[in-house]
Design a binder for this molecule. Sequence first.
Ligand code: IFM
Length: 452
Amino acid sequence: MFNRDFVWGVATSSYQIEGEAMRFGAGKNVWDAFSHAGGGVYNNQTGDIACNHYNLYQRDIDIMKELGIKHYRFSTNWARILPGGFGRVNEEGLAFYDRLIDALLRAGIEPWLTVFHWELPLELYYRGGFANPDIVEWFGDYAALLSDRFSDRVKHFFTINEPQCFIGLGYVRGEHAPGAKRGTKETMLMGHNALKAHGRAVQRLREKARQPLLIGVAPTGSVPYPVSDSPADIEAAKKAYFAPAEENDWAWSVAWWSDPMILGKYPEDALKKYEPFLPEISDADLKLINQPLDFYGQNIYNGYAVKMGENGESEAVKRYDGFPSTGLGWPVTPEALYWGPKFLYERYRLPFYITENGVAVNDVISLDGKVHDPQRIDFTERYLRALEKAQKDGVDVRGYFHWSILDNFEWASGYSSSSRFGLVYVDYRTQERVIKDSGYWYSRLIRGDMPL
Ligand code: IFM
């Protein structure tokens, strides 16, 4: 049983829900440009309106309050606050987040602020973005501004969300904004700069803090889990989890990002594997990246079974035909929420949070006006049981943030019907919100009205 202090939350990100993109003084970010350029997002959809949360935030907070949700993880849109990425501040942007934070606190909901959830200001992209070493100070200044303005009321901060995706999908594969596929050497440099930016942000958040802050990070990655309980298979899965990914998809390595942040060094096997592509990595860089963190967050959605192969190497096990999958075709593998936290905690030893987990379902409003989503309830229950077992087996799991409270703009999948992730349905024509069965279910669970 999760104890009374367990943090039950929900998560969102700015571009995916806010709308009013590029308005009220906001500058453009790479997602504004990418979605408007056409061709990169399903049906050429954009985040211009999204869930219109910018105007409807109070309604969304009322829903969270009704459901008994006490923790809300959201992100700020860098270019809404600093239209050019640095320099001139857009007071209207800061004022929006003031209103949001104040309304959350009035509703008894604790804000957890993510500094960067993928929306790089376009002006900074034109200046080289993550390939430009100045990103470290740009990001640090932005974090300092957030801390200065909000840390009187916000205690929990995350620096970056899923570097695997904003570097990997953005530049290694070129499937996400800015849609600019680059070579391994350049993307590895971007990754290294992103890690330095993370470190600098931790320093600057603390420097401007108006109360002692709790700071963490929220990376991601698919979790290899053992196909059996044999020690050999467990070892194979753990090895696969922290092993470097193939060079042409290097950003999906878990340890490449988390080891330097938490352990102060890049993994040896990866340094060897990526040797021809490495940027210059100095001791000072590693020191900057390796800032003390108060907790470790991981976004976990799925995994894959692994066994120890005859040659002593980890071997992925083929899924059976008809293996359960989500609206986006992602496998349903609750084991990921047991083995992921276990392996990560054994390696990093920090208080642990699931900072995102959830499922895309092709939800519809039924004839009775309700949204019945038994798949989401079943998915979440299975995953949470696995997380509970991880806690029983010694992982210091402190909380779980469901992705997401609202259906929203699912990046390259836009608003496609099979990419609805919310506990609350959003009718994008009218902006009507309908709490799904899973929303009520989550509410009963977190209030302690029913066991898992
Ligand atoms: O919607 C995304 C989120 O922005 C980052 N993590 C995964 C979610 C589902 O794809």
